[in-house]
Write a protein of this length. Structure first.
Length: 480
């Protein structure tokens, strides 16, 4: 949802989310005040963790990967193997891949097999570099009927209501009468409901067995139609409760008809970014992930980060209410400011990462590309200003119950303490990004690490195997 935009009814807001038996390390506890717990682990957390098919606790760190420009024969051509090689080389293990219904089904009932093969090629690259992929059914301002991407023109019904493009503030186009009515028809027309479900059955049937696929994001940033006199937060909660919740349940059922194993990711409206709790109801599926986005209105309009405004705190309070109530994991599907080099943005990245890591199982920054704007890296593949903070040590998969999981950005020290499981996989994986000095790995307890030192400038995945039930401590420190 990156862009500038105006919330109707909200004047002036422009917007576009242990014991001591294992030796000195475990006895020492976590790092000092600068440290933060990652993913809310070790806090008796009320929000469940994402897990893999071996029962390991997962942490996802990565980026969105997209090609919004090219269509037809050129669709997805902007995405290359280099994207995945470079992401893995900087320590990331997750990609949210944007796919478009208008490319998949350009004519009603006609699914483009070439497009499916292109998706499969991208998934093969991800598998090569051990990156897990979330397939995101993306839409911006509904779709090509309004000059964007997403829902096909043949599935766009406006009842003749007006639409006026606003390229300087594209998100405001969501509040055009024609766009709002198109969402109402998508949610309520039986034939469009069936078509959207069939689209998801087609995708899930094709890719359910691909080893790179983690799950399916059913629709990006769903919106809806405001009623006369209704303010935006009230409208968002109603739309989420009465239209988006039933849609998510329909689409989850469509996926489960062909895929019983992968996760289903569900999004609220982007209004949660203003600290408004979602009105989403229960999604009746055993493997649901709540997948909100994390954007600040003022920052998307070009302002610098203001720590005193309390936005991150209000967002965290709002966005954690739903997963606590419904007992589902959280993965933040998009986040990251446009003007990341402003004076306070270093503080923003520190505060944002600390918050995200308290409650989520992971996140995907926006966006992995090579250049300016929102791009993570420049043309040479180097992190753009402040975005290097997104690359830090983390436990990608923990084979056991996590007690402590902390990273201190000031010292560069990472600590993990866990009780090794008695059944299933015994291998924990710790992902390390490149460091100018390299890394030193220390393990306490009845456990063994595959690597004890990592050379300067190299990334690594450290595999720790433990005796069943052992209390294990892992410390990663900068090799000085």
């Amino acid at each position: 949802m990156p862009s500038g935009w105006l919330y109707p009814g909200m004047p002036g807001i422009r917007a576009v989310a242990v014991g001591v038996c294992c030796g000195a390390m475990l006895a020492a506890g976590g790092p000092g005040p600068a440290a933060h717990a990652q993913g809310g682990r070790g806090d008796g957390g009320e929000i469940p963790r994402l897990t893999d098919d071996r029962g390991r606790v997962l942490t996802l760190r990565g980026w969105n990967v997209e090609d919004k420009t090219n269509r037809g024969d050129a669709a997805l051509s902007a995405i290359t193997e280099k994207h995945f090689r470079d992401m893995r080389g900087k320590g990331f293990n997750f990609a949210r891949l944007l796919v478009f219904w208008d490319d998949l089904e350009p004519r009603r009932g006609h699914y483009d097999t070439r497009y499916l093969r292109k998706i499969e090629r991208i998934l093969d690259w991800a598998r090569t570099y051990d990156i897990q992929v979330l397939l995101d059914a993306h839409q911006d301002v509904f779709g090509p009927a309004f000059g964007h991407r997403g829902i096909p023109e043949w599935a766009t019904r406006t009842d003749g209501l007006p639409f006026t493009p606003n390229p300087d503030d594209w998100f405001s186009e969501y509040f055009q009468p024609a766009v709002q009515r198109a969402f109402t028809h998508l949610y309520e027309d039986q034939d469009l409901r069936r078509a959207q479900a069939k689209m998801w059955r087609t995708l899930a049937d094709r890719f359910s067995g691909h080893p790179a696929v983690l799950g399916y994001d059913l629709i990006n940033e769903p919106m809806g139609e405001l009623r006369e006199g209704e303010d935006l937060p009230t409208a968002a909660r109603r739309i989420e409760r009465d239209q988006i919740t039933p849609m998510h349940n329909r689409l989850a059922d469509a996926v489960r008809a062909v895929d019983r194993d992968n996760w289903v990711f569900v999004e609220p409206t982007p209004i949660v970014g203003e600290g408004v709790p979602t009105g989403l109801g229960k999604i009746k599926d055993p493997k649901v992930v709540y997948a909100p986005h994390f954007y600040n209105t003022a920052m998307e309009a070009g302002a610098d980060y203001d720590p005193s405004a309390g936005w991150i705190e209000s967002y965290e309070a709002a966005v954690t209410a739903y997963p606590k109530e419904h007992r589902v994991p959280v993965v933040v599907g998009e986040w990251g400011p446009l003007n990341n080099a402003l004076p306070a943005m270093g503080r923003f990245y520190r505060d944002a990462l600390a918050s995200l890591n308290r409650y989520s199982s992971g996140w995907a920054g926006y966006v992995w590309c090579y250049g300016g704007g929102y791009c993570a890296v420049d043309g040479a593949g180097d992190f753009r200003t402040n975005k290097e903070q997104t690359a830090s040590p983390y436990a990608a998969a923990v084979a056991g119950a996590v007690r402590t999981d902390t990273y201190d950005p000031a010292s560069g020290e990472y600590r993990l303490v866990y009780d090794a499981g008695r059944r299933g996989s015994r291998t924990t994986e710790v992902s390390l990004p490149p460091s100018a000095h390299g890394w030193r790995i220390t393990v306490d307890g009845r456990a063994w690490a595959s690597v004890r030192r990592v050379t300067a400038g190299e990334s690594a995945v450290v595999r720790v195997r433990a005796r069943p039930g052992a209390l294990v401590g892992v410390r990663v420190s900068v090799n000085r």
